[in-house]
Write a protein that binds this ligand. Sequence first.
Ligand SMILES: Cc1cc2nc3c(=O)[nH]c(=O)nc-3n(C[C@H](O)[C@H](O)[C@H](O)COP(=O)(O)OP(=O)(O)OC[C@H]3O[C@@H](n4cnc5c(N)ncnc54)[C@H](O)[C@@H]3O)c2cc1C
Length: 593
Amino acid sequence: MPIYTAPTKDMQFLLHDVLKVTTSSVPGYSDLDPDFTNAILEEAGKISSEVLQPLNVIGDTEGCVLENGIVRTPSGFKAAFDQMKEGGWTGIDMPEQYGGQNMPYVIGTAISEMFSGSNQAFTMYQGLTHGAASAILAHGTDAQKDTYLPKMVSCDWTGTMNLTEPHCGTDLGLMRTKAEPQENGSYKISGQKIFISAGEHDMADNIIHLVLAKIPGGPDGIKGVSLFIVPKFLVKDDGTLGARNGVSVGNIEKKMGIHGNSTCVMNYDDATGYLLGEAHKGMRAMFTMMNEARLGVGMQGVSQAEAAYQNAVDYAKDRLQGRDVTGTKNPDGPADPLIVHPDIRRSLMDQKSFTEGGRAFLLWGASMIDAAHRNNDKDADGLVSLLTPVIKGFLTDEGYDMTVRAQQVFGGHGYIEEHGMSQFTRDARIAQIYEGANGVQALDLVGRKLAVDGGKHVMAFFEMVKTFCKENSSISEAFTTDFIEPLKSASKDLQAAGMYFMQNGVKNPNHALAGSYDFMHMFGHVCLGLMWAQMAKAAQSALDAGSSDAAFYETKLITGRYYMARRLPATALHLTRITSGADTVMALDAAHF
Ligand SMILES: Cc1cc2nc3c(=O)[nH]c(=O)nc-3n(C[C@H](O)[C@H](O)[C@H](O)COP(=O)(O)OP(=O)(O)OC[C@H]3O[C@@H](n4cnc5c(N)ncnc54)[C@H](O)[C@@H]3O)c2cc1C
């Protein structure tokens, strides 16, 4: 049976030593004193390990079952969902006006990581509801907000996002689902959506589907797409549930992972829908929540890596194989534990330095989203928008890779199901695909985000790195050698790649597009390098102040040095690939593949 312990202490370190949340001018941040955040994180951690984690393997083995048009979730899911609702965990960062607790998104993100790390498939029901509710909050009329939000914030009703159709996933302009206007102002929605997460299940009284569809006569392609609210049960004027709407589940998919989450084919047959936001501006409405939704998926990558890592460490300390070549560590036993071997260490250090660096990147991203939403900070909004494809693409690719490394620590015992290690890799894999496949994230970064506002935001990022290096170059010689110099060098590689795109991408866009994936990854490494430099600075200053928890801060410094020395230099390889251009990538005729 796998283990999971919520990384509460690490989150406290990030919130208070690194982000210093209480000193921020963002509304709500001054309330986040260490005792308060500790209490709430401890409580969420308890639910994660005591309620959600024990259901993770059950969800994986039982999966969801479709019977007579109803999807049955795995044993124990409904009771746990009710417990989450009763504890008020579903609306933690939603407005009080609709029954939420109005806490900053940075806290919501930390809690979501715990819930997802202990049970990703389960947590998605709530995550999708949060996404749908955020869309209604941003674009709904007052009446729509009053009708749907209180029930969605409490998760009495859950939500879904319906974009994908059989013939269109990335290219949503090909969409065929139709929305015919009716005299009473509503629409009749017809068409089929596939792969809809949480599309049907037995844990809520109603399901509020947000559906993208085209109003006949509108512009062609993506510009003709509008967003609609389509409830499973129509809601009467007094708020009670009325007739069943023309939406049904056609099938549930058999899939590689997240078995506890129902992935549904949804059929819309003249279903009643209500326009959300403006006609033909459906993609814009969806994009409003894009930063949050994609950060949430990046978080899934980190959460699965963390859970898998914890199990790998446990196993590496317990499993006896071989002897330490520098001297026996377990003379009374037949062999030494795996953790003595340098190659096992390399793997565990890769995992540890990624999960802690990735978590820092996520919480920094979430704090920028708070600044953008709560303080109307345009610079924070611009920077987090630039970094969103990096958060999503890099953290989910690396997160998946780390679950594989953790599985490898178990040897053959990781491949068989006894220790539950394959579930982490299977569950983590989807995060690289949905919410915009990672290749498309890289295109978004290079093809769109770099140039936004004349490149202002990417320049601000480079300036931020430069300023950090300049302001902290006198901490100590060791700090400069271990952290500042590697960060400067990696940032230089990233700038050189950007320059290559500027000089070569205009005459042949393939030169930019063929390097976009490498660019996304090198950007991710530089961000984690920056995070580690900031964490190391905070750790050093705690040690200098005589902290009673020296082991924690020393561990941070050691882990950070590893990242800077062994992972960050990946930027040089990425740069070499990028500057080789598109010629070798595109040379082969399609017939010869
Ligand atoms: C378990 C699961 C849950 C999901 N949940 C939801 C959900 O709740 N709601 C929803 O609407 N959808 C959902 N999806 C769908 C998911 O978002 C899509 O599968 C995804 O967006 C990719 O679309 P596609 O599968 O059609 O692939 P395609 O669009 O056919 O892409 C195939 C590959 O080609 C690449 N590609 C495409 N276009 C380009 C290009 N121009 N340049 C370079 N590369 C390109 C992509 O990166 C991808 O690797 C889910 C999918 C799964 C498997």
